[in-house]
Write a protein that binds this ligand. Structure first.
Ligand code: ADP
Length: 307
């Protein structure tokens, strides 16, 4: 195989109760990428459409992630990378993770799969280190493995793939303002009270349990965050109002996607997702704030081969 075209999915990290350790994959939102072997021995970003992003391989997360993989193999193989961006950079739905995960997935296929999907995660994390200064896995793991993922430990890396209740739907509202991951990280406090920690690990444990037992009400009760959300939500226009509207429309829970500014509503069933999407959309239209709105199932596959 000389070339491969793939779909690289968007992802929602943190999911309120799991800052830096929980994330899920979206089915119908994502980029496309084409990777082709070349004979120059170089990693070249030969095309980017849809977004203004660095063409230099060492400044683009796709190039950095591929270099990390090839270094591990001691391989001199060159690749040309084309990126067709649909996910806006800095949106908070894993734009950088989609490129990192997509690139290592594709290169692994073109090299006859020397690595398992789990083994690709650390290479994709190198892309995240470039994008945000922090090699977090809560976007790249769900992008590579699909579904919900829990990062039990970073050292050593241990990722747990969790089940997906079939009726879950995600509504994503992306206010068209830019929030850099680095900025939204810098405002987070570095220490938390024991009282808040107790609530948070209670909710995270319950959330994981609810995924296994298909308990949608428990999922909703667990989607809470008293640690990061109160600080970060000030960067998102009308966050508190949107949350009330989403809950009144029947959403199970509502929170910040990754480092924002995108927000997500988790819903049970298509009808509930449509109703919630329409309600939050109407509110932003009235406030004259530009936005993108997406509805998606949870993507159980992660990165997919198109051709
Ligand atoms: P998101 O939370 O949506 O992933 P980030 O803020 O983490 O967004 O990452 C976007 C940053 O990564 C931007 O500074 C962007 O220039 C940089 N970047 C480098 N290469 C890519 C790429 N291929 N796709 C997306 N972002 C990239």
């Amino acid at each position: 195989m000389e070339e491969i075209k793939i779909f690289a999915p968007a992802t929602v990290a943190n999911l309120s109760c799991g800052f830096d350790v929980l994330g899920c994959c979206l089915e119908s939102i994502g980029d496309e990428m084409l990777l082709r072997k070349n004979t120059t021995g170089e990693i070249r970003i030969t095309k980017i459409s849809g977004q203004e992003l660095p063409m230099e391989a060492d400044k683009n997360v796709a190039g950095v992630a591929v270099r990390a993989l090839l270094k591990e193999l001691n391989s001199q193989q060159g690749f040309d990378i084309e990126i067709y961006k649909k996910i806006k950079a800095g949106s908070g739905i894993g734009s950088s993770a989609a490129s990192s995960a997509g690139a290592v997935f594709a290169v692994n296929k073109l090299l006859n799969e020397p690595f398992s999907p789990e083994e690709l995660i650390p290479f994709a994390m190198e892309g995240e280190r470039l994008a945000s200064g922090n090699a977090h896995a809560d976007n790249v793991a769900p992008a590579l493995l699909g579904g919900f993922n829990l990062i039990r430990s970073y050292e050593p890396l241990e990722v747990i793939h969790l089940p997906t209740p079939q009726d879950l739907r995600m509504v994503i509202l992306h206010p068209l303002i830019e929030v850099k991951t680095m900025d939204s990280r810098s405002i987070i406090r570095q220490s938390i009270s024991l009282q808040k920690a107790v609530k948070q690990w209670g909710n995270l444990g319950a959330f994981v349990s609810a995924l296994y037992s298909n308990d949608y009400d428990l999922l909703g009760r667990s989607l809470k965050d008293e640690i990061v959300e109160p600080v970060r939500s000030i960067l998102i226009p009308f966050f508190d109002e949107l949350k009330i509207i989403a809950r009144e429309s029947g959403a199970l829970g509502f929170g910040i996607s990754g480092s924002g500014p995108s927000v997500f509503a988790m819903c049970k069933g298509e009808a509930s997702a449509k109703q919630t999407g329409a309600a939050i959309q109407k509110y932003y239209q009235e406030k004259e704030i530009d936005f993108d709105l997406h509805l998606s199932k949870i993507g159980n596959e992660g990165v997919k081969i198109i051709s």
